[in-house]
Design a protein around this ligand. Structure first.
Ligand SMILES: Cc1cc2nc3c(=O)[nH]c(=O)nc-3n(C[C@H](O)[C@H](O)[C@H](O)COP(=O)(O)O)c2cc1C
Length: 184
């Protein structure tokens, strides 16, 4: 029987932020996740870090923004992830992740998440010229085989200023929430 007085731990979400045009708006996903009762920590790629207001993100999440590996023996700066949202996800990081390349902390976390069974959703944000490269479709296929859930953003026209108004940050939560109960 469940103990009605037991405190329920909030699920903890890692938001992996890549160097995409909409990255500076990641606060919208953080706000939505906090409202839906997640704890949130941000892991940015080294390039993605330059797109962020790090102090504002840290203030919002209450956790340090991670981008580099910790030193051996250093305490883990974030709790373990119950789920991961890669948002926004760049062409570069998607292709490297699918290929098993782990040369940023963000990629290291993503590459291990599959073996750890951590539910993961990716919201690509890229233009149609990037999406036309044959590697991209192959990468998405690999990620699908890895049970990664993929957002529905249609790539924008190159050199046309992007499609920030069509990028649905909350889609990451909509994709992940049904998977939360299914972890062993
Ligand atoms: C201003 C600016 C905006 C960019 N926007 C995007 C983007 O929306 N999507 C994308 O895939 N790459 C974009 N790029 C290119 C990436 O930043 C570049 O491929 C970078 O290496 C990605 O690094 P990361 O995957 O480690 O975050 C942009 C670059 C700049 C300078």
């Amino acid at each position: 029987m469940t103990d009605p007085t037991a405190t329920v731990k909030k699920p903890f979400l890692y938001v992996v932020v890549c160097a995409c045009g909409v990255a500076a708006d990641v606060g919208r996903l953080i706000t939505a996740a906090l409202q839906r009762d997640w704890g949130v920590g941000v892991v940015a790629t080294p390039q993605g870090l330059t797109f962020l207001d790090v102090a504002a993100v840290q203030e919002q999440t209450g956790h340090p923004v991670r981008s580099a590996w910790r030193a051996p023996g250093e305490a883990r700066p974030l709790p373990p992830a119950d789920a991961i949202a890669v948002a926004p996800a760049s062409f570069n990081t998607i292709n490297k992740w699918a290929a098993g390349i782990s040369d940023t902390l963000a990629l290291g976390i993503l590459c291990e998440a599959y073996g750890m069974g951590v539910p993961t959703a990716v919201l690509p944000y890229l233009n149609a010229a990037q999406a036309a490269h044959p590697a991209y479709a192959r990468s998405l296929e690999v990620l699908r085989e890895m049970n990664v859930m993929i957002g529905t953003y249609e790539p924008h026209r190159p050199k046309a200023g992007g499609g920030a108004d069509r990028f649905r940050w909350e889609e990451a939560l909509d994709l992940l929430e049904p998977r939360l109960g299914r972890r062993a």
